[in-house]
Design a protein around this ligand. Structure first.
Ligand code: IMP
Ligand code: MG
Length: 204
């Protein structure tokens, strides 16, 4: 690959269409941070003298960019959580999820009875969120408060609801802002639709 091919590679096959722009995401995160800072559990923990009294847990890999921006917005509101990382995966034949969620990366720090702010990119079937909530509670979380950038209600397979949602998302595969398609597009500053992807409106 030549230098010029390396530089232009991400856009060669067409940039994903913008679904939620970088500006929309940034503005929405400010509102979410206001709301999360006022959450009674988070606010009470943040008032205690103990440093890092709220623990944030970022679901890898797609949640890293949302977590980074959300933590910066929370810091401006004097909420100062420590952060841990987990990674869950659904295994199944081909592209069809088996519905079985497994931890591929366990939390490596002690929750120690703290409330946890769980941060993920997308609430889709709901299986990941349900699994991670029960995992965190099983590991000593006093409470689990969840924040997802995107919610696809039309795709729900199990009852699941996030406490804080950035945007309701149409039933289409999205990329960017941390999220990938076969390892590409994670660094896009916006949430986009792959070229040619069809969008059907959410059913609710
Ligand atoms: P769930 O267990 O079906 O709710 O899966 C949620 C996870 O699937 C998210 O955290 C994402 O990692 C991934 N995911 C679901 N929909 C998309 C998408 O449209 N683009 C990229 N990743 C997705
Ligand atoms: Mg994810």
């Amino acid at each position: 690959m030549t230098v010029s091919e390396t530089r232009s590679a991400p856009l060669d096959r067409g940039a994903p269409d913008v679904l939620f722009s970088a500006g929309q995401i940034a503005a929405r995160i400010e509102v979410l941070a206001d709301e999360i800072a006022e959450n009674p559990v988070i606010a009470a923990a943040a008032r205690t003298a103990r440093p890092g009294s709220v623990l944030s847990v970022c679901a890898l890999r797609g949640g890293f960019m949302f977590a980074a921006d959300l933590l910066r917005a929370l810091s401006a509101r004097r909420i100062d959580p420590d952060i841990g990382f987990v990674q869950a995966a659904s295994y199944g034949a081909g592209t069809v999820s088996s519905g079985q969620v497994q931890m591929v990366r366990e939390l490596k720090i002690d929750i120690g009875g703290r409330p946890v702010l769980l941060i993920d990119d997308i609430l889709d079937s709901g299986r990941t969120l349900v699994h991670l909530e029960s995992y965190l509670k099983g590991n000593g979380a006093a409470d689990v408060i969840s924040a997802v950038l995107l919610d696809k209600p039309a795709r729900r397979a199990v009852p699941a609801e996030a406490d804080y949602v950035g945007f309701t998302c149409p039933d289409a595969f999205v990329v960017g802002y941390g999220m990938d398609a076969a390892g590409r597009y994670r660094g896009l500053p916006y949430v986009g639709l792959l070229p040619g992807a069809s969008v059907s409106p959410p059913s609710i």
